[in-house]
Design a protein around this ligand. Structure first.
Ligand code: ZN
Length: 504
């Protein structure tokens, strides 16, 4: 096979079951591309597509001749369940474009793995299954998954290899694409992959899933210690706690080089080890009252080390609206000085600021068009200190070197707080989101970020872990799982049913 024909595609959505529906328009504002446009984007200086796809494409280019056959790419960071009509458009698009591209020697898909839909419980499984149906049983299908994927049996059965991220914040996305390219070359040369899968009745709260240290770091390391000449890939997937489906829960997928018994025994062993460690997945949050006191003190005393406050319950990267007002309101009322807050999703407010122009003073009405009750409303005198078109390039962290679409942006000064307002919902995952306005983050006395954890890969040089405060406020992405209105997760499940027992 001199130049294998490899079909490429992407479908990435993390669905918070309690967030508003993910629409076609939302995908189009983030990443929605077809055919050759996908390759043009990959070849650009700052691609807007998934880093896994970039990693796969670059590694395939570097490892020999091949013929990429781009299908379609649809990605949005996190939202609610996907609108069913649009999901059918995506699934039909994959199938018809793949049929037109046949024959193919392999398929690579950048998936997230935690999508749900208004008319389909397992969109990722459906896409993999439909692709499998077109290519037949013998063609390799390799898919990357976010480590927040809620993996289903259907996904494992339809794919040849599932390759999940191993870092949180996700700084290894390009590497996992490269790994997939290596596995694709190997399978094309004759290796037969065999996978085993175990689902655990365990939902670790989002803030307990960091991979620098802690229980999740330990189990990832344990899993990787099993990778050798017989074991192709071990994916220890923490899952997305806010999916609220039968697919929720951590999962272990082990793919071996044609050794089914080994895959089974390893998957069970890793699952058992993980289960035995379940009591370590406990969030440590700080109340809003205490956080406000800390921010006031930082503003008053320049000798104190500056603090970063993470609004973990309103993380757009987990389907949060990116516009809850609770921290802004409390900090403003208490007279906090020298603070930065970002990024606040309010297209109406950003548009108003653009109309007023730089230097405009007005009463800023946050969330006048928002209807979700957890978002709240807030009004205050404000001044427009900066305006930006909102297409920026990530500088450090999970989107470094990639284009981030934020829509029209505005920098508002609200008392002692400077607020960055955006028009396309995104989490605060890059320092560039402040720096495009000329702000010096190092000079701020406190910084509030709407992000659960990905900010850590961008703000790490400015804020060590001991200067990060995870604030306990209401929001769609609260890590306090007893407050999540679960309906559909399988029960019993830990930690909702703390006394339960289980073995793989
Ligand atoms: Zn993730």
């Amino acid at each position: 096979m001199t130049a294998p024909r490899i079909a490429l595609g992407a479908f990435m959505l993390e669905s918070n079951a309690h967030s508003p529906i993910a629409t076609r328009a939302e995908f189009a504002a983030n990443y929605l591309q077809y055919g050759q446009d996908i390759l043009r984007d990959l070849a650009s200086d700052a691609p807007s597509g998934p880093k896994t796809l970039s990693g796969f494409w670059e590694s395939m280019n570097a490892s020999g001749p091949w013929q990429p056959l781009p299908l379609l790419g649809a990605a949005v960071s996190a939202s609610g369940p996907i609108d069913h009509a649009f999901f059918l458009e995506v699934a039909d698009g994959f199938e018809s474009r793949l049929r037109a591209a046949m024959p193919v020697d392999g398929v690579f898909l950048s998936l997230h793995g935690a999508a749900i839909g208004t008319g389909e419980v397992d969109p990722d499984g459906v896409i993999l299954e439909r692709v499998r149906r077109v290519v037949g049983p013998d063609i390799p299908i390799i898919a990357t998954l976010d480590l927040h994927a809620n993996v289903s049996r259907r996904m494992v059965d339809a794919a040849s290899v599932l390759v999940a991220y191993r870092t949180n914040p996700h700084v290894d996305m390009a590497e996992r694409g490269e790994e997939s390219a290596g596995l694709m070359r190997e399978i094309l040369a004759g290796t037969k992959p065999t996978a085993a899968y175990v689902k655990l009745p365990l939902i670790p709260p989002s803030v307990t899933q960091n991979t620098k240290s802690g229980p999740y770091a330990d189990i990832i390391t344990y899993g990787q210690s099993k990778v050798d000449a017989r074991v192709m890939n071990v994916s220890v997937v923490s899952g997305f706690s806010l999916g609220d489906t039968q697919k929720n829960g951590m999962s272990i997928t082990v793919t071996t080089r044609n050794d089914a018994a080994l895959a089974q025994s390893l998957a069970k062993d890793i699952a058992r080890t993980c289960w035995n460690d379940r009591h370590r997945y406990v969030p440590k949050l700080t109340t809003l009252e205490e956080s406000t006191k800390l921010a006031v003190a930082c503003g008053r005393d320049p000798q104190k080390p500056a603090l970063l406050f993470a609004d973990v319950a309103d993380n757009p990267g987990g389907g949060g609206r990116g516009n809850t007002v609770w921290i802004l309101e409390a900090f403003h009322k208490a007279g906090v000085e020298g603070a930065l807050l970002g990024v606040f999703y309010d297209p109406t407010l950003a548009a108003e600021a653009h109309t007023l122009g730089q230097g405009g003073r007005f009463k800023a009405r946050f969330n006048r068009d928002e209807t979700h009750p957890l978002s709240g409303r807030f009004e205050a005198e404000a001044e427009v200190e900066g305006l930006h078109h909102g297409s920026i390039v990530g500088r450090r962290g999970i989107s470094a070197g990639h284009t981030i679409m934020l829509g029209p942006m505005a920098l508002l000064r609200v008392g002692g707080i400077r607020v960055v307002v955006i028009s396309v919902r995104q989490q605060c995952k890059d320092t560039a989101m402040f720096e495009v306005f000329g702000l010096d983050i190092a000079a701020a006395r406190s910084v509030v970020v709407k992000s659960r954890g990905h900010f850590r890969a961008a703000f790490d040089l400015l804020f060590s872990d001991d200067r990060i405060v995870e604030v306990d406020v209401p929001g769609l992405t609260t890590p306090v799982l007893t407050r999540v209105p679960y309906r559909d997760v399988p029960r019993p499940i830990f930690p909702l049913d703390p006394e339960m027992s289980w073995s793989p």
